[in-house]
Design a protein around this ligand. Structure first.
Ligand SMILES: C[S@@+](CC[C@H](N)C(=O)[O-])C[C@H]1O[C@@H](n2cnc3c(N)ncnc32)[C@H](O)[C@@H]1O
Length: 269
């Protein structure tokens, strides 16, 4: 079931979360990225699955859900309930289409919701055992909005629940940037020359139309502090892992040692 609470947002809050997503083009580019960039499956997805661990019987919040690949993963691996939330209605709709491929029991265990993550609300099927919240801490124009989002996520967790998130928060040098471009075909801003809150551009050069996705620089120290402020414990930032089964053409071991992406885990005690 999909519901849309985005219309309930007031104009000021909507303006505050203006982001480069929310269009059919963003959806198409994102799907082509998932298809053409092996690191999404072999590093991002593998790291997320490894750090989420056994999800059977868990209630999971997937925010922002993107096009729903992870909702499929969680339900396919025995999660009791999955709620997918994204500001972009196209993504929530696409996630819903994917869920229709699953057996009826899994379909009933899924809820999709179009909502703004920095507005406090308790989501359907919560509170949750696990929240996957990748690439969201850096979409907000102010650190206060990032904090509001993380507070909302914290409040949606059960005591003992965990958050698993990938962020682009690790600094890297121009030399690292060249390695990332050469190994996977992704060109990024030199993160050592910018300040917290500055824009970061990442261009996917292997797409049929090279596409730039922008976000705001939120370094590890800043995110760690905000995670602590909202109440998280056991905060850990680490480099991405590489699926040992990966046999494709990209040198992903080199890639993970140079890219700024980090996988973050934290607990609500
Ligand atoms: C880079 S994508 C990441 C998607 C997914 N987490 C993944 O790992 O594939 C960033 C997502 O954040 C969503 N987003 C941006 N601002 C948001 C907000 N205020 N509330 C909820 N989702 C938001 C976008 O629509 C987009 O799906």
């Amino acid at each position: 079931m999909i519901s849309d609470q985005s219309q309930a947002l007031d104009a000021e809050q909507n303006a505050a979360v203006d982001c480069p997503w929310g269009s059919d083009n963003a959806c198409i580019a994102y799907n082509e990225i998932l298809e053409k960039y092996d690191f999404h499956n072999a590093c991002n997805r593998y790291s997320t699955a490894t750090l989420c661990g056994d999800v059977s019987g868990l209630s999971v919040l997937d925010l922002p859900s993107g096009p729903g690949c992870y909702a499929l993963y969680f339900l396919g691996n025995g999660a009791k309930a999955v709620t997918s939330v994204d500001l972009d209605a196209n993504f929530v709709k696409e996630a819903g289409e994917k869920i229709k491929r699953l057996p009826p029991k899994s379909q009933h265990a899924w809820q999709g919701l179009v909502a703004n993550a920095c507005i406090p609300q308790m989501y359907a099927q919560g509170p949750f055992d696990l929240i996957r919240a990748s690439f969201v801490m850096e979409v907000f124009p102010t650190l206060d909005l990032t904090r509001a989002c993380l507070q909302n996520l914290y409040d949606n967790l059960k005591p003992g629940g965990r958050i698993v998130s990938i962020t682009a928060s690790g600094a890297h040098t121009p030399e690292d940037g060249k390695v990332v471009l050469d190994t996977v075909g992704m060109a990024t801003t030199d993160l050592t020359k910018i300040n917290p809150g500055d824009p970061v551009d990442c261009t996917y050069v292997k797409l049929s139309t090279p596409t730039t996705i922008s976000w705001l620089w939120r370094p590890e120290e800043q995110l760690r502090k905000v995670l602590q402020e909202v109440g998280f414990s056991d905060i850990c930032f680490q480099r991405l892992l590489v699926d040992p089964q990966y046999s494709g053409p990209d040198d992903l071991e080199t890639f993970v040692n140079h890219v700024g992406n980090r996988i973050v885990t934290a607990t609500k005690r």
